[in-house]
Design a protein around this ligand. Structure first.
Ligand code: ADP
Ligand code: ADP
Length: 226
């Protein structure tokens, strides 16, 4: 697990107004930080700079005390959970969760132990032989998180993970993500449009507007009426 420190982060695409304009934000080890703000305010760009999918124009990105500006995504050891879960349809749940361990040539007995531990936490042990197509949306989300858990990633990054789900499932998944994050105590950055998600999930909420931070506050400070 690791803290994420952003210092005067700027992202320019071409000559236009910066997509991210001098953002400084410290996310503590184990903290759940929500990024909110209108469409186009720079949430996804900021998330992609944390994970390394987008170059930083200027400023410093420091993860776990190490400057990572020039580190490739695979060397940052973060786990991005995508909206579409990015599961492999031809592989079982077991192999989907095991995938990062196969890539790093982890010995089979260790893979088995780590996958089963993750399946336990996520209550997926009865589904390990199934294919993703035979799972519910919530179960697929858990498989995607299982993959992050076995990698022992430093942090979870979510880009509107629940926006394609119906209201009932979204509520369930919100509860699951909150439970899982507390249980793992893993640093989490979560982009959403949804005020309920921001209120119930976040330790703090960072409000972005036109590429800049407008406010950073606890959900209570931000949303509760006086
Ligand atoms: P959000 O996630 O808050 O909706 P984005 O981070 O996707 O916002 O976008 C922030 C701004 O940067 C927007 O004005 C968007 O059009 C622009 N932008 C995002 N990605 C690119 C890109 N690859 N090339 C040019 N402009 C981009
Ligand atoms: P989202 O709702 O996921 O933020 P967007 O429409 O903002 O969707 O962006 C979808 C993709 O298009 C992203 O990969 C983003 O980087 C890219 N993109 C967004 N705005 C621009 C732009 N003005 N020029 C080029 N690419 C862009």
């Amino acid at each position: 697990m690791a803290s994420i420190e952003m210092k005067n982060i700027v992202k320019k695409y071409g000559d236009g107004f910066p997509a991210v304009n001098d953002v400084s934000l410290d996310i503590a080890d184990g903290e759940f930080m929500i990024l909110v703000g209108p469409s186009g305010c720079g949430k996804s760009t900021l998330l992609r700079m944390i994970v390394g999918l987008e170059d930083i124009t200027s400023g410093d990105m420091v993860i776990g005390g190490t400057r990572v500006n020039d580190k490739a995504p695979r060397d940052r050891n973060l786990s991005m959970v995508f909206q579409n879960y990015a599961l492999y349809p031809h592989m079982s749940v077991y192999e989907n969760i095991a995938f990062p361990l196969r890539l790093s040539k982890t010995p089979d007995d260790q893979v088995d132990r780590l996958v089963k531990e993750a399946a336990d936490v996520l209550e997926l042990h009865e589904h390990l032989d199934r294919k993703p197509a035979n799972l519910s949306g919530g179960q697929r989300q858990r498989v995607a998180m299982g993959r992050a858990i076995v990698r022992q990633a430093e942090a979870f990054l979510f880009d509107e993970p629940l926006s394609n789900l119906d209201a009932k499932l979204r509520g369930q998944m919100r509860t699951e993500i909150a439970r899982l994050q507390r249980r793992l105590g893993i640093t989490t950055v979560y982009v959403t449009h949804d005020q309920t998600e921001a209120m119930t999930l976040g330790d703090r909420v960072c409000v972005l507007r036109k590429g800049s931070i407008q406010q950073v506050a606890s959900p209570r400070e931000l949303y509760e009426q006086p």
